[in-house]
Write a protein that binds this ligand. Structure first.
Ligand code: HEC
Ligand code: HEC
Ligand code: HEC
Ligand code: HEC
Ligand code: HEC
Length: 238
């Protein structure tokens, strides 16, 4: 018979019990918050299959580690469980699936001191300023205002401006709502940017898109978010 040290044995039993409790606890935690969740409203488009923990768990540590700490918390081995459900959703959570190398407005850029005044007006350092969740809306800032480009592009100068009404004129006339009618914010769509004011995308279509409707910049995207399965693989490889 193989001799197993009492310590190893305890670790082994602990591990198995942990895994079992972990599974149950995971379901329980989901149920516990499900009441609050139901009253929160539907998910953003594209997020039907995204699990709660992908956004609500500490982005550090992999899935098993998070479960493990929740288990240890439950059996009293640890003071705090992994942040699940109660933690603020961070930009790192979003970037774990949406880390696009081509973002023209990457959140990390705006931590530079020269943006501090602009950030007081529109906090572009975090995704959920513009995209909160459980409202069934793609871009939640839309209901506030789509004029926020003005906070950073007041001094814009476009060399050899191709527009029939120049950027300079648009800005002088404070026509900030026109920007989003020609430019997608992240620059993730492949499409031809209009050069005439009469060819801009009507604000009605933009607003419908921001709410969750059809994409007026077209369906040709350079970067697509990771699926739930791809995310789990990525986390377990960390
Ligand atoms: C795509 C990311 C995402 C997913 C997936 C997600 N949530 Fe959320 N959830 C959010 C954001 C953003 C908020 C707003 C809270 C904040 O500002 O941190 C929120 C808020 C909540 C709140 C309000 C209390 C709190 O913690 O702020 C509950 C409860 C909640 N979510 C439960 C769930 C449950 C249960 C699931 C899975 C069925 C889930 N969420 C899936 C992003 C997400
Ligand atoms: C587990 C991976 C995952 C996480 C975490 C995640 N997303 Fe997504 N998200 C997706 C996928 C997949 C899509 C659909 C494909 C696409 O549009 O890129 C999507 C779609 C979206 C869309 C709509 C795109 C469209 O055109 O309809 C927005 C906006 C978005 N995510 C923002 C966020 C924000 C903000 C967070 C953090 C609070 C977040 N996502 C967290 C995977 C994720
Ligand atoms: C200052 C506001 C703002 C912030 C901050 C912001 N977004 Fe967006 N986002 C928008 C607007 C406006 C659109 C619609 C225009 C477009 O499609 O680019 C959009 C569209 C999207 C889309 C759908 C189109 C695409 O590019 O695939 C995704 C996904 C998305 N955002 C994810 C994110 C994530 C992830 C973060 C944080 C890393 C983030 N956004 C931060 C305003 C914002
Ligand atoms: C928080 C500040 C901030 C906000 C808000 C902002 N931008 Fe920008 N934007 C920048 C910076 C910084 C650059 C990069 C300029 C550079 O590299 O010289 C940029 C670049 C751009 C570019 C050019 C990208 C390229 O690669 O040539 C476009 C187009 C653009 N922004 C449109 C918009 C539109 C439309 C809005 C409003 C929906 C907006 N921006 C809101 C800071 C901002
Ligand atoms: C009628 C469509 C249209 C409107 C309206 C418009 N733009 Fe542009 N914008 C363009 C085109 C076309 C270019 C040049 C090609 C490109 O970079 O995509 C451009 C270029 C830019 C650039 C890049 C400048 C550079 O030197 O690389 C920025 C930044 C920008 N626009 C911001 C804005 C802002 C802010 C607004 C709102 C005041 C706005 N645009 C309104 C079509 C438009």
């Amino acid at each position: 018979m193989i001799k197993v040290s009492p310590l190893r044995k305890r670790q082994f039993i602990g591990g198995i019990t942990g895994l079992t409790i972990g599974g149950l606890l995971f379901i329980f935690l989901s149920l516990e918050s499900s009441e609050a969740y139901i009253s929160l409203g539907p998910m953003n488009s594209g997020h039907a299959d995204v699990s709660c923990i992908a956004c609500h768990a500490d982005a550090k540590g992999n899935l098993m580690q998070q479960m493990q700490s929740n288990i240890e918390h439950a059996v009293g081995m640890r003071k705090n469980g992994a942040d699940f459900g109660t933690s603020d959703v961070t930009t790192d959570n979003c970037l774990s699936c949406h880390d696009r190398p081509n973002d023209r407005h990457p959140t990390h850029r705006f931590t530079e001191p020269r943006f501090s005044d602009a950030i007081k007006q529109i906090d572009a350092t975090t995704c959920i300023t513009c995209h909160t969740e459980h409202k069934g809306e793609r871009i939640t800032i839309a209901s506030v205002s789509m004029n926020y480009c003005m906070n950073c592009h007041q001094d814009l100068e476009v060399e050899d401006d191709p527009l029939d009404v120049s950027h300079k004129t648009l800005i002088a006339n404070e026509q900030w709502f026109t920007c989003i009618e020609c430019h997608d914010f992240h620059g993730n769509h492949t499409y031809e940017v209009p050069i005439r004011l009469k060819d801009t995308i009507p604000m009605k279509l933009i607003k419908a898109y921001l709410k969750g409707g059809a994409d007026p910049y077209g369906n040709d995207k350079k970067y697509i978010g990771l699926t739930q399965l791809e995310w789990v693989k990525k986390m377990n490889n960390k």
